[in-house]
Design a protein around this ligand. Structure first.
Ligand code: FES
Length: 106
């Protein structure tokens, strides 16, 4: 288990327990986190799992693939902290991960 914290639009934080191997998108959807939709189920074809990774955690993630970068370009208000949460796998190394939700996914 690892802790993942979601920062919501109003600034509230929600810390949840996540199983190793789950994607952050799956964790968010299971917990009902607002604005993380995951419409394609994690097959990297929808972009509705866009999130912003806390700057202290960003370099702990694997680099995004070209496809992920292309999808992120089409997301709402992407920035240098943008990632697809379906591509982030919970692991021991990511225990304590912090991500923020976007204002919208469409
Ligand atoms: S859930 Fe569709 S791209 Fe991540």
């Amino acid at each position: 288990m690892a802790k993942v914290t979601f920062i919501q639009l109003n600034g509230d934080t929600v810390m949840v327990d996540a199983e190793f191997g789950q994607s952050v998108m799956e964790v968010a959807v299971n917990e009902g986190i607002e604005n993380i939709i995951g419409e394609c189920g994690g097959t990297m074809s929808c972009g509705t799992c866009h999130c912003y990774v806390d700057k202290d955690w960003l370099n702990k993630l694997d680099s995004p693939s070209e496809l992920e970068l292309a999808i992120l370009e089409g997301s709402v208000e992407p920035n240098q902290f943008s990632r697809l949460s379906c591509q982030i796998r919970v692991s021991n190394a990511l225990d304590g991960l912090i991500v923020s939700v976007p204002s919208a996914q469409f």
